[in-house]
Design a protein around this ligand. Structure first.
Ligand code: NAD
Length: 508
């Protein structure tokens, strides 16, 4: 069987475009001999020259030794014919994303390479199983899914098709390990691991937008500054381009036979049809000038609100303490009686529920109610949510009180789970269901998401930090409020939450 550590290991790379040259560079830098082939004459030589230029730039910055750069380039050998791949231990294809082209290529390669050669595909959206089915020995075929740019994106999905032999997956995992990247193993399912786990962030943000909960830029701010994501979902959609992200959303949704958790949004479709593709077209959700997003058109801030007595109520005792401490610190009068006075501003801190349901359940005057999201405490950007009948003066008072210490406040319309609770619960839930379906191990899911999507923590560890039971409550409340099965909790989550176990607990 293939020994990935062998010093004379030879890797064939077919397709010398964006991905092929990145894969070739990474492997050559790890001491592997690479033969690079492209259907277009001269493309493999161009790829070698572009790798040489990239390495020279690193040498100039003092980040790479001259000798290491020239040794890497010396290990890259452009070849002109498929026959030159005879003798390769592994061949990775990174040609055009077309099932028939990839199937035909692998069928031809089988006639060229030796019986022990592993064939790997860098497809991001096609079925590895379907590509392998064209081969006489489908057991030697697996997915090896790199991310762009390959040298910097340190995660690689090793994808087992229905007939892939386990030792092939082991060998590819070891090969990835040799390059210094982190291999994650995934079964051959739509979106594999990273593109599957990434479904919740954008789709839930789009649902919030579609529901009129807040403008896109406010949703971005909450998710960046309160929840801690590096980029807001709409900034991310603009960066990737709607022409890429919307078809991926539709494709994963269709391939999972219309799983409601992945339901795409008509909002994106219509913006795509309008040519609002994002950064690349100068306008997406944001408008861009000189490569920078212009500030969104915001409504004027609310006038300062009147100081009123405040009565607070929270689902969790710690949240109530935080809220009461903030009222006192701002120097406002806190009512401590079991029921509020007739003048009081009523501050609520629900988990999963919207402001309306919380006000009704507590028998409170909804016109004076404002809800505050305490999932992340009150340290960072704060979110306040009104009922449809909250009087503007009471909302203004709540904003004035909560921004008195200079912390920014986002205003949203009524939404079960505010913004951060909803989006995070969905992110955790999708990851839990990936674990439940045995698509990948819990630790690989978290590694893939942090390295592949840049989330500040893995979704399962994040769920643990928030508290699995709280995540479960948020989803149950969302399901009850909307009746939408996209919020049904994954069995992985509901079992572990009720048992008090970590979401990273694998099934024995
Ligand atoms: P690309 O267009 O930059 O490069 C493809 C190269 O393959 C071209 O140079 C083309 O001449 C060559 N080619 C086409 N058919 C060939 C054949 N039969 N034999 C040899 N060479 C052939 O494309 P890319 O972005 O590098 O993508 C390649 C593969 O990697 C696709 O399957 C894509 O889905 C996947 N992928 C792309 C990204 C990305 O961000 N670009 C990320 C992950 C995976």
């Amino acid at each position: 069987m293939l020994d990935a550590q062998r010093s004379d290991l030879v890797l064939g790379v077919v397709g010398a475009g964006t991905m092929g040259r990145g894969i070739a560079q990474l492997a050559a830098a790890a001491g592997i001999h690479v033969r690079l082939l492209d259907a277009r004459a001269g493309a493999a030589e161009e790829a070698r020259a572009s790798v040489a230029a990239a390495l020279e730039a690193l040498v100039a910055k003092g980040k790479l030794a001259e000798a290491a750069a020239s040794a890497t380039v010396a290990r890259l050998q452009p070849v002109g014919r498929e026959a030159a791949l005879a003798g390769c231990d592994v061949v990775v294809e990174a040609v055009v994303e077309d099932l028939e082209v990839k199937r035909a290529l692998f069928a031809r390669l089988e006639a060229v390479v030796g019986p022990g050669c592993v064939l790997a595909t860098n497809t991001s959206s096609l079925s590895v199983t379907a590509i392998a089915a064209a081969c006489a020995k489908p057991g030697r075929v697996a997915g090896l899914h790199f991310f762009n740019p390959v040298p910097l994106m340190k995660v690689v999905e090793v994808v087992a098709g229905a007939r892939t032999e386990p030792q092939v997956v082991d060998a590819l995992q070891a090969l990835v390990g040799r390059t210094g990247h982190r291999a994650v193993r995934a079964s051959d399912t739509p979106g594999f691991l990273v593109n599957h786990a990434g479904r919740a962030y954008g789709t839930e943000a789009l649902r919030l937008l579609q529901e009129g909960v807040a403008p896109f830029w406010e949703l971005d701010r909450v998710l960046r500054e309160a929840a801690g994501f590096r980029m807001g979902p709409f900034e991310l959609l603009d960066l990737v381009g709607l022409d890429v992200s919307h078809p991926v959303m539709e494709s994963v949704y269709t391939q999972f036979y219309e799983e409601p958790r992945f339901r795409p949004s008509y909002v994106l479709r219509s913006r795509l049809e309008a040519g609002l593709l994002g950064r690349k077209s100068g306008e997406g959700f944001y408008r861009y000038e000189g490569g920078k997003a212009l500030p969104p058109a915001e409504p004027p801030p609310l006038p300062a609100g009147e100081k009123r007595p405040v009565w607070a109520c929270a689902q969790e005792p710690a949240a109530l303490e935080l809220l009461q401490a903030r009222v006192r610190a701002a120097g406002w009068t806190l009512e401590e009686a079991a029921r509020p006075s007739a003048e009081a501003l009523l501050l609520l801190a629900p988990l999963g529920r919207d402001a309306t349901s919380t006000a009704l359940a507590l028998g409170l005057d909804a016109e004076r109610c404002v809800a505050v999201d305490l999932l992340h405490g009150l340290e960072r950007r704060r979110t306040v949510m009104s009922t449809p009948v909250t009087r503007p003066g009471f909302l203004a008072s709540a904003v004035t009180l909560l921004s008195a210490d200079g912390t920014p406040v986002s205003r949203i319309h009524d939404s079960p789970g505010f913004v951060a609770q909803r989006v995070l619960a969905c992110v955790v839930n999708v990851a839990c269901d990936i674990a439940q379906q045995r698509i990948a191990s819990p630790s690989d899911i978290d590694a893939a998401v942090t390295l592949g999507l840049g989330y500040p923590r893995g979704p399962l560890a994040w769920g643990d930090a928030l508290g699995p039971l709280r995540v479960l409550h948020i989803l149950q409340a969302l399901l009850a409020a909307t009746g939408d099965p996209r919020y049904r909790p994954s069995l992985w989550l509901s079992r572990r939450a009720r048992l008090g176990a970590s979401l990273l607990t694998p099934e024995g």
